[in-house]
Design a binder for this molecule. Structure first.
Ligand code: ZN
Ligand code: ZN
Length: 354
């Protein structure tokens, strides 16, 4: 089967051939029809993640090894199934849940595969992903019907949408009028603004260094917006929220933004750190104790959360981020990765097979 692989760190994606697997159990083979390109694909193609003062972590430290077939926002059609699968090959489109764990640890047993402590099998990281003609999926349970959703938009739900959904789940409180801020309202952050509103939160503060990003956040339903380039962004955010915050979801999550976020939190407040821009937490520890603050990271989400998100998308009119469709070819994989790295793209690029 044909894949578009990155052979070594920094190399462009190029066409390559993989042996087609003999399927066992409930394994399925999916013909990729729509494949979203994500910022984390750029980090993986470069071969490292920025860990702040701890330096650069090579992707190998995450159990990955080149050549890599990236792409984890996958929609496709089943072309072959293992002997125990109940699905059969056909034209129905499915979203593929890519954040697959070892299947054996306690977290996996509880359907929290993004907390897997064993040998992870995430598509595009440890296992081949969706920049390919076909992708192998270890169990049919990871497929969720697209239904009437636009398949290119549906593909993006598996990463940017799911990450926003799971982060919002960690931030939400029963006090719907207490302010929750979203820092960084680019692609994923914008989806968090939308989801906070869609899930009933009434006081959403959007904070960003870009006026354009804030305009998008306002259009997406943010209650107030704060340009964080002023002298005292902590004060500005608290003022916009009408008081100290219940939670901040930080989609930048660098030294500067995490310190702003912690500074805005009220008693029992929570920082949900999501962004992978790199940096160090620096904050008075006494305040953490006295204010009983919580700090929780978020990496993608789990299978039940993706099912919930897709149900929500099917039953509610969620605003959609602008999507640019390009042909699913190696040259377009590379063009999309470069555009994300250079910041010359707004919204998402989704590669579409003929
Ligand atoms: Zn992603
Ligand atoms: Zn596991």
């Amino acid at each position: 089967m044909k894949v578009f692989e990155v052979a070594s760190a920094g190399a462009p994606a190029q066409e390559a051939e993989r042996p087609t697997p003999d399927l066992t159990g409930r394994e399925v083979l999916v013909k990729v029809t729509n494949s979203g390109v994500c910022h984390s694909d750029v980090h993986c193609a470069e071969g490292f993640f920025d860990m702040g003062d701890a330096g650069k972590a090579p992707v190998e430290s995450l159990g990955m090894s080149f050549p890599l077939v990236l792409g984890h926002e996958i929609v496709g059609e089943v072309t072959a199934v293992g002997p125990d699968a109940s699905l059969s090959p056909g034209g129905e489109k499915f979203i593929v849940f890519p954040w697959i764990g070892c299947g054996e640890c306690g977290a996996c047993a509880e359907d929290r595969e993004n907390y897997c402590t064993g040998a992870r099998r995430n598509l595009s990281l440890q296992n081949d992903g969706g920049f390919a003609r076909e992708v192998w999926v270890p169990d049919e349970r990871y497929l969720i019907p697209v239904g009437d959703l636009d398949p290119s938009w549906a593909a993006t739900l598996a990463c940017s949408g799911l990450t926003g959904y799971a982060a919002v789940s960690k931030a939400l409180t029963t006090e719907v009028d207490r302010p929750i801020a979203v820092i960084g309202t680019g692609g994923v952050g914008l989806s968090a603004v939308v989801l906070l509103k869609a899930r009933g939160h009434k006081n959403v503060v959007a904070a960003d260094v870009s006026e354009n990003a804030l305009k998008n956040a306002e259009a997406a339903g943010a209650t107030s917006t704060v340009l964080t380039t002023g002298d005292d962004p902590v004060k500005d955010i608290v003022q916009a929220g009408g008081g100290k915050l219940a939670a901040v979801i930080d989609f930048v999550n660098n030294t500067v933004t995490s310190s702003i976020a912690l500074g805005t939190l009220g008693t029992g407040g929570k920082l949900v750190g999501v962004g992978l821009f790199g940096g160090q937490l620096a904050f008075p520890t006494t305040v953490v104790a006295l204010q009983q603050l919580k700090i929780e990271g978020n990496f993608v989400g789990n299978l039940p959360e993706l099912r919930e998100l897709i149900e929500l998308a099917k039953s509610t009119q969620l605003p959609q981020l602008p999507i640019t469709e390009k042909p699913l070819e190696a040259a377009e994989v590379n063009a999309a990765l470069t555009a994300i790295e250079e910041g010359t793209i707004s919204g998402r690029t989704v590669l579409v097979a003929d």
